[in-house]
Design a protein around this ligand. Sequence first.
Ligand code: SF4
Ligand code: MG
Length: 312
Amino acid sequence: VKGLQKWFPLSRGFLQSSRFVRAVNNVDLIMRKGETVGIVGESGCGKSTLGRCILRLIEPTDGEIWFNGTNVSSLSKQAMHKYRRNMQMIFQNPYDTLNPKHRIRKILSEPLIAHRVPKEEHETLMVNILERVGLRKEHLERFPHEFSGGQRQRICIARALILGPELVIADEAVSALDVSIQSQILNLLQDLQEQMGLTYLFISHDLSVVQHISDRVAVMYLGEIVEMGDKQSFFQKPLHPYSQALLSAVPKNDPDENRERIILQGDLPSPTNPPSGCKFHQRCHVAMEKCKTEAPLLKEVEGRQVACHLYA
Ligand code: SF4
Ligand code: MG
């Protein structure tokens, strides 16, 4: 992902100057085959918009998306539709995304029909994928309401994987589930990743979930990536003050660990009118004078990328 931007127009009046919500601003992101990149940040920081732009479920305002050597952002709508079997999304709420009037058979056959998979292959593909996610052939004839929340998310995962994608973007995929069910689904996603060679972009506001599943972590703040690095070093020693504040709010594994809680001041500023300089300066516990005027660039620090003047 190169220089990705998504600005939503707020008003389009004839004589009004257009105002924009700058949901995603100049994001660069490299993902390697088979890895899981976790994207974290408060709600409203642009994580979901980034995920949807990568799949072109919404069109980016600017920037490029390359996938296995293809510039996906330049494909026509029609070509993109074909391409999308390689790139699928799993959403937060399995209650909303499964049509209650449709049997599982119909729900799972929809992507097969949309991508013109020959009819005689459907049954085998549906049964195979159901078994992979821990369900059975008999479940094909049931309706979504006959399943528990965790099972419904398994059905959503089956629907996303039935065409054999390479990249899966999971947007808060376990956030609606009970904690005990969350770990089952996370473990399932990890098993499927290994069996099917999947690459995950895992979007979540929940740092413990991201810690469980990710190889690398990117932190977003007001539409930008402010820190990115491998999981171990990130969780041991977050470098960006915003990452430090987010992590300090996570319950500690070791009660003796000496970690101060850093309280974030105020709310997330409006992405319509973002602060000057470092966009985090009004809430930062170590802001300096120059942070008010100069925007820090993402730079290599201790093998990671960080956008903060502390590491000049
Ligand atoms: Fe805080 Fe300044 Fe770093 Fe921004 S650039 S995170 S305000 S220290
Ligand atoms: Mg979101």
